[in-house]
Design a protein around this ligand. Structure first.
Ligand SMILES: *Cc1c(COP(=O)(O)O)cnc(C)c1O
Length: 383
């Protein structure tokens, strides 16, 4: 379909998802097959020969993701980390350097810190809210990539994608944006100058906490061949059922995100007034340092809220165990609300590093339940 003719919600439901040519099935079938009959040697039907290389259910997901991010192509993987690994190994060679966020997602930091360094790819953390620091680091280090996240996890800082793209391109680097927290409904980094997007589709895109997956979306079609090659050569692809579940989630992304944002905003305001809460980190609050920037580059402020507990670490840990509706668990972006203690859970791998997160921090993934119920649950836990 011609994506320029249609709005986001329409693309989420129809891009890559034409009714099945054979049966008319409205929902793309789960092509649960590893291989395909050839009509004579090399006579593939539609190019499918083996499901590591390509599978029609995965193709449907990849076409939909490319449309939603306004990219040239998308590639679907078994996890967000697999997507990141494939992209980095496609673009970087031993000796290359990558500037990463000073508050990067813990798993991304671990990939650079523990795996990629042993293969000669170096990384340097820089707080990307400080654009001058990024420019200085780019000048000094001549990185191959600038790797960005916005909003960041778990501190919910907002970084200026347009400005980062300008710095990257001025220094001969490419800009990668991890768009997991915003989702393409709230933010489209390629339109703001980024070269690549990575997603953990496990989060908002899948949206129901029932599947792990990842994606890379590219802006320039000239990168397609190299990425497809590494994806096939290393093989961490999304399986057909995982691709199907992710696509099923994507169809309701827009309506889910609207509710995630509305609920998160109400909770952020409620927490901000609570005496047991030292500070609330939510870009939708007017006092947040990235508020104006978030307004300019995002459709809304997202469903993640972090806050610092005035009484400190022990109280933060205790609070996480006291909620009844907010489930204590890692991950985010599902319809159900989750609570966690980043320093001991998702971001434990950053302990002792420059990326260490505050011990009194609690992170919420605000779901789409009744917001009054969510606020009541937090109030009894914080009390
Ligand atoms: C979860 C997450 C990842 C990793 O994705 P997986 O699907 O868990 O492998 C990467 N970036 C961000 C921002 C995440 O939240």
């Amino acid at each position: 379909m011609n994506r320029d003719e249609y709005g986001f919600e329409t693309l989420a439901i129809h891009a890559g998802q034409d009714p099945d040519a054979l049966t008319g099935a409205v929902v793309p079938p789960i092509y649960q097959t590893s291989t395909y009959k050839q009509d004579g040697v090399g006579g593939t039907r539609g190019g499918y020969e083996y499901s590591r290389t390509a599978n029609p259910t995965r193709t449907a997901l990849e076409q939909c993701l490319a449309a939603l991010e306004n990219g040239a192509r998308a590639f679907a993987f078994a996890s967000g980390m697999a997507a990141e690994d494939c992209l980095i190994r496609t673009l970087c060679r031993p000796g290359d350097r990558v500037l990463i966020p000073g508050d990067a997602y813990g798993g991304t930091f671990r990939l650079f810190d523990k795996v990629l360094t042993t293969w000669g790819v170096q990384h340097a953390p820089v707080m990307q809210t400080d654009l001058e620091a990024v420019a200085r680091a780019a000048e000094a280090q001549r990185p191959r990539l600038i790797w960005a996240e916005t909003p960041t996890n778990p501190l919910l800082s907002i970084v200026d994608i347009r400005a980062l793209a300008a710095i990257a391109h001025e220094h001969g680097a490419l800009l990668v944006v991890d768009n997991t927290f915003a989702s393409p409904y709230l933010q489209r980094p390629l339109d703001l100058g980024a070269d690549f997007i990575v997603h953990s589709t496990t989060k908002y895109l899948g949206g129901h906490s029932d599947v792990v997956g990842g994606a890379v979306v590219i802006k320039d079609p000239s990168h397609a061949e190299a990425l497809a090659f590494t994806q096939n050569a290393t093989g961490a692809v999304a399986g057909p059922f995982d691709a199907w579940l992710t696509l099923r989630g994507i169809r309701t992304l827009a309506v889910r995100m609207d509710r995630h944002c509305a609920n998160a905003a109400r909770i952020a305001h409620a927490l901000a007034e609570h005496p047991a809460v030292a500070s609330v980190l939510y870009p939708g609050l007017p006092g947040h340092p990235g508020h104006e920037l978030a307004k300019a580059q995002m459709r809304d402020f997202g469903g993640m809220v972090s806050f610092r507990v005035a009484a400190g670490e022990a109280a933060a840990v205790e609070l996480c165990a006291k909620t009844r509706l907010f489930t204590l668990g890692e991950s985010l972006g599902g319809v159900e609300s989750l609570i966690e203690h980043p320093a001991r859970m998702t971001h434990a791998s950053t302990a002792g590093s420059p990326l260490e997160v505050p011990a009194d921090l609690v992170r919420l993934s605000v779901g789409i339940e009744d917001p009054d119920d969510l606020i009541a649950d937090l109030s009894q836990a914080v009390a």
